[in-house]
Design a protein around this ligand. Structure first.
Ligand SMILES: [Zn+2]
Length: 457
């Protein structure tokens, strides 16, 4: 009997890995890294319940690290097969996998220096060579086309509107003799800039859908009003707006809003800097695939090149030293590392400046301390006073909220026999299950980590 085993993102939001087994053929849909609390991170070190060399193929829904970040580990443990994904996902993997490997190596080095690892010497989860090997397996594939991935199984990618290249993956038998399994990946949002609306649902017998915001609604879109206010007030004080930004997706959205506000005369023409080599590369990948993006962006694109890329570390330090009014977007998003730390070190003690957070700030990060109102933060061994204004804009999430998930489910031509909720905390999942059952009357299950179910495939 064909089966599906939930090896990650079951009752949690990271580590997506779904093992499809059909007549001795094994396909792993997504190969994500577990992130967050220590118990979860430790799972990255546990072997899979099957030997990696017995997996024929990996298929990736998109390039977020919780969906692709375990791939170098799988390769280092003996996986020999190809990895199918869209071309946009392959591009972004070239950015995120080597970066993740670098961070793993840095962590191991740090643990060795401090001597706090139980293992001696501490080893990285994977190396930059493992990441390079994983990249060499990628098979960039088109959207909306049947792609043969094993002897009997083919898949088809549909645009999920969540990140460049993000997809839902429909798995079927080549001879159409069995059922249709739809892996929802992560679901994008409706009526957002940059990315298109999620593609409508298709006929499916089994559906896996994410549930990150299964119990929540995103705040109403304010048409850029908060961003306009924050930038205007800061420039009036002759200060800088420093925006710690996640490299991919969020930076494109920020630039979109800045240009739109300027275009509508709601902001003066300001110097805008992107101080992150990874973000600059990400913008290039987005610009190269405008046909996969929202239609509005095609018109906006004529104005998009107006920002200054800060490439070298020397240029970055010169920008840190320059105190003219400007908007500076620099990574990392939680201010834990990267070039933004230098901007904050110089900029936090100056009351003219604003630090604007546009993403979730995890517990224990410098970003969280600032958002929580810290009077000073420790950087480079010094206590830096926080005199700059700290602001935040929520609602730039790339994930559908509860109403958007249900809206997407309503686009399916018929109810799947079973809908599995994955990629969510249990409280969000229970709430979403209740909502789907009540509003649509669908059969909904919440699989546990490691659970194996029969598939009508
Ligand atoms: Zn994602």
């Amino acid at each position: 009997m064909p089966s599906l085993t939930f090896l990650g993102a079951a009752r949690t939001v990271t580590g997506s890995k779904h093992l499809l087994e059909v007549d001795g053929q094994r396909i792993l849909i997504d190969c994500g890294l577990f992130q967050g609390l220590k118990d979860l991170r430790l799972r990255n070190w546990s072997p899979l319940p099957i030997r990696p060399e017995t997996i024929d193929t990996v298929v990736l829904t998109h390039a977020h690290i919780d969906h692709c970040g375990w791939l170098p580990r799988l390769v280092s443990q003996g996986f020999k097969g190809p990895v199918y994904c869209t071309a946009g996902t392959a591009d972004l993997c070239k950015l995120v996998l080597p970066d993740a490997a670098h961070l793993q190596e840095e962590d191991a080095k740090f643990a060795n220096k401090r001597g706090f690892s139980k293992h001696s010497p501490a080893m990285p989860l994977y190396t930059e060579e493992d990441a390079a090997e994983a990249l060499s397996r990628l098979k960039p594939s088109p959207f909306n086309t049947k792609i043969s991935v094993t002897k009997d199984i083919e898949v088809e990618f549909s645009n999920a509107g969540h990140l460049l290249g993000s997809s839902y993956v429909l798995a079927t038998r080549k001879d159409n003799s069995g059922g249709r399994i739809l892996f929802g990946g992560d679901l994008g949002r409706y009526s957002r800039p940059i990315l298109p609306d999620p593609s409508p649902g298709v006929e499916a017998d089994v559906l896996l859908v994410e549930s990150t915001y299964g119990d929540r609604l995103h705040p109403e879109e304010d048409g850029g009003a908060t961003l306009a206010r924050i930038v205007t007030e800061t420039i009036a004080r002759r200060g800088k707006v420093i925006i710690p930004a996640f490299a991919i997706g969020r930076v494109e959205e920020l630039l979109y809003w800045l240009f739109k506000l300027e275009d509508e005369g709601r902001l003066p023409k300001l110097p805008i800097y992107v101080d992150s080599p990874m973000a600059i590369k990400g913008i290039q990948y987005y610009s190269a695939r405008t046909d996969e993006l929202d239609k509005e962006i095609i018109e906006m694109r004529r104005k998009l090149p107006r920002f200054t890329s800060v490439n070298s570390a020397k240029e970055s330090m010169a920008l840190v030293a320059n105190d003219s009014p400007a908007v500076i977007i620099a990574s990392s998003g939680m201010a834990t590392g990267g070039r933004v730390v230098h901007h904050l070190f110089a900029g936090l003690p100056d009351p003219r400046n604003t630090v604007l957070f546009v993403g979730f700030q995890a517990a224990g990060t410098r970003g969280r301390q600032l958002v929580d109102g810290a009077q000073h933060v420790k950087m480079f061994g010094q206590h830096v006073p926080v005199k700059a204004r700290i602001e935040r804009i929520d609602g730039m999430s790339a994930h559908a909220d509860a109403a958007e998930i249900v809206r997407w489910l309503r686009t399916f031509p018929r109810a799947p026999k079973t809908t599995y909720l994955v990629h969510g905390e249990i409280i969000a999942q229970e709430a979403l299950k209740l909502r789907i059952t009540k509003e649509l009357g669908w059969n909904v299950e919440i699989p546990a980590h490691g659970q194996k179910v029969d598939l009508p495939l």
